[in-house]
Design a protein around this ligand. Structure first.
Ligand SMILES: [Cu+2]
Length: 303
């Protein structure tokens, strides 16, 4: 298996033992309209959109921006695959007992509705709850196996910690160059029982971008010399990626959007042999676009 594929699978499934880490944080009336995407949306959904768009075009059309993505026939296999990966995540969760995994009971989510045109051009309203069971939708995915399930991307940096590399970092931070930050763990979760009960999560708060611009940055954990770390290494904990969202009023003016991102740490720290450390070393690597970050902190999540 290609290590880069493994890393993507880990970001999406291995790093998402809680439903909200996979699907994203809940939308609630009166709260943030961008509470924070989950792994399935960031990588692979957003990354594949951008990868298959034309970077030479202003908005990375067709696939790299929402208004035009549906013009590319690739849109349909991509989205079918995203649906399939969701089913794979559910299956892994059911067999590996992800916490809070199986029961979707939140009415805010189940009763959320969307309008579509059916095959007779009639406007129909369907809810999330209507489409959760693929058998009701009259299709089933072929079992293609999960050869990646127990594999691990290799650890690529065995660089000893060099504190001198840690320059003092001020937040809020304009991420225009590589930045390494040491984040204190409020608690050191080391025992199996502690880890089964809670997921330690790195929260990247107040991610501020220009919504008209494509933005990507990568998050590495315990990779002190980032340039020596391969993209496919286990230290790559996740990627933030948002598609360009051009303004339709043609003013070309920026539109500031603010969101957050979460990276699960339990399994990652274990694989990096760092679950006994008091801090986590986080390296943020800007890849595209301008981004500001308000703060980094570690929390413990149960659902
Ligand atoms: Cu899409």
């Amino acid at each position: 298996i290609n290590p880069a594929c493994l890393t993507t699978v880990f970001q999406m499934i291995g790093n998402a033992a809680l439903p909200s880490l996979f699907h994203g944080q809940p939308f609630r009336a009166g709260q943030s309209d961008k509470p924070g995407p989950g792994t399935v949306e960031l990588s692979p959904h957003n990354t594949v959109h951008t990868w298959t768009g034309d970077i030479a075009l202003t908005n990375v059309e067709n696939m790299g921006t929402y208004y035009s993505a549906g013009r590319d026939p690739l849109f349909y296999p991509h989205h079918s695959n995203i649906d399939r990966l969701w089913e794979a995540w559910r299956e892994v969760g059911a067999t590996h007992g992800y916490r809070g995994h199986v029961d979707f009971t939140d009415p805010d989510w189940l009763d959320s509705s969307f309008l579509f045109y059916d095959e007779e051009s009639r406007l129909v309203r369907i809810t999330v709850g209507d489409v959760l069971d693929t058998e009701k939708l009259r299709y089933k995915f072929d079992g293609v196996g999960m050869p990646w399930l127990d594999a691990r991307p290799p650890t690529t940096s065995n660089v000893s910690k060099n504190k001198a590399l840690l320059k003092s970092v001020r937040f809020p931070l304009s991420l225009h160059k590589v930045v390494t930050v040491e984040v204190r763990r409020p608690q050191v979760l080391q025992s199996t029982q502690e880890k089964e009960a809670r997921e330690e999560v790195l929260v990247i708060e107040g991610i501020e971008t220009d919504g008209t611009e494509m933005v990507k940055f990568d998050i590495y954990v315990n990779a002190m010399e980032h340039e020596k770390v391969e993209l496919s290494g286990r230290e790559l904990a996740g990627s933030y990626m948002c598609l360009s969202h051009p303004r339709i009023d043609g003013t070309g003016k920026g539109m500031i959007v603010e969101t957050s991102m979460r990276v699960a740490l339990n399994e990652l720290l274990e694989d990096l042999n760092a679950d006994g450390n008091e801090t986590v070393t986080v390296t943020l690597v800007p890849r595209h676009g301008k981004v500001k970050i308000r703060s980094l902190r570690i929390v413990y999540m149960v659902e």
